[in-house]
Design a protein around this ligand. Structure first.
Ligand SMILES: [Zn+2]
Length: 382
């Protein structure tokens, strides 16, 4: 039944053996960081099989590999997308780059997130390319930079000439179909003070006390969100204070305090409006002066349950999982960048998100075999 399993497994092992750790905000990209080598491997793999490949240079250590299979109808294009980069390897209990096959599982960094989806999509694409032209244009995007700021997907969207009408994002969903996930706003908040010796606090102004008021308000805001209307697939929004930094010496009042709050937002919410809402809430409820620093925004994603991609994909994965309607996810994906550009996206792929980023990351081989069949069958029925 699974005539591609051998090649998918050996392909996955090859992909794991090529380190492609996301450098996040490192200035020098070397060693295990960056995706140059894996992008080269994937493009070579497709070229050897006579497929049309483009490598996009997104930034230092960040690339996209784009594979195009022309369809009979060039006015529509389905994109299959999986990311090449992985999270870091700190505290791993297994050799991250020496893939091991044990009891039907493949172990290694990225085995689950996201090289299982990468290898399944690659094998499915190769199989489809051997047949007659598909109904619509097909593009496979091996994206870079997903684990930090999804800049690969963003670059692809801004630099492509395809008529994209739908995107299948491969991430470890246990082959379940995800049509929505939250977005996030990570907002730095700064309070300023006046430094003084701790034995004469009356000569200073303590920014930590100001920040304490802000943090109490964030907790109030969190309670409000918990009691607000839940999204049908995503429950309620959440907000937490996740970082607080101030002071270096125990006998000195510092001159500033910085915190970060992490607000997970529902689809439809925009960065500017959310920031304003949070700022006004804090301003209205405290006399402490504060300012907003850096903001990191990731978009939510939502595709309507009656979208044709959702309906078609639910027919395909039904062979392996019993799922009648699409679900929501707690994590973000490249799909959010497409959603921001009004392109519908769904997420489905092999492996369990519980194993992603872990110290002994693995994926079940049968998950990959089933994913290949789902992707192939979906393309055949476009
Ligand atoms: Zn991922």
């Amino acid at each position: 039944m699974f005539d591609n399993s051998d090649s998918a497994v050996s392909l996955l092992k090859d992909l794991i053996a090529i380190p492609s750790v996301n450098p996040t905000d490192k200035e020098v990209i070397e060693g295990i960081y960056g995706d140059d080598s894996i992008a080269e491997y994937i493009s070579h793999w497709f070229r050897k099989r006579s497929l049309d490949v483009e490598i996009q240079n997104v930034s230092d250590g960040c690339h996209n590999v784009v594979v195009h299979i022309p369809g009979k109808n060039r006015n529509k294009c389905t994109v299959f997308c999986a990311h090449m980069d992985t999270v870091d390897i700190e505290n791993m209990k297994i050799d991250p780059f020496d893939p091991k096959e044990i009891d039907g599982r493949i172990f290694g960094r990225g085995s689950c997130d996201d090289k299982a989806s990468l290898s399944a999509m690659m094998v499915a694409f190769h199989a489809i390319a051997d047949n007659q032209a598909p109904e619509n244009d097909l593009v496979f995007l091996a994206s870079g930079g997903e684990e930090f700021n999804m800049r690969g997907a963003e670059y692809f969207i801004n630099n492509n000439s395809y008529n994209i009408d739908g995107v299948i994002v491969g991430e470890p969903t246990n082959l379940r179909l995800i049509s929505a996930h939250k977005g996030g706003i990570r907002q730095e908040i700064i309070t300023r003070g006046v430094s003084a010796h701790s034995s004469t606090p009356e000569l200073g102004v303590n920014p930590i006390y100001k920040m304490a008021k802000i943090i109490n308000l964030i907790e109030d805001y969190s309670n409000q969100l918990m009691n607000s209307a839940p999204h049908p697939l995503l429950k309620t929004e959440t907000i937490v204070c996740s970082i607080v930094n101030a002071g270096k010496l125990s006998n000195t009042i510092p001159d500033e305090c910085r915190s970060v709050v992490d607000w997970r937002i529902h689809p439809g919410k925009k960065e500017k409006a959310c920031k304003e809402k949070l700022y006004n809430f804090l301003k209205m409820n405290t006399d402490a002066d504060f300012e907003f620093g850096k903001t990191i925004f990731t978009s939510p994603m939502e595709t309507a349950s009656d979208n044709c991609m959702v309906r078609k994909m639910l027919k395909e994965n039904w062979k392996y999982v019993s799922q009648e309607s699409p679900e929501g996810a707690t994590y973000g994906t490249d799909g959010s960048k497409f959603y921001l550009n009004n392109i519908p996206a769904v997420v489905i792929g092999p492996g369990d998100i519980a194993q992603a980023h872990t110290k002994d990351e693995f994926v079940e081989i049968t998950q990959i075999e089933k994913a290949i069949e789902i992707y192939k069958s979906y393309i055949s029925n476009l």
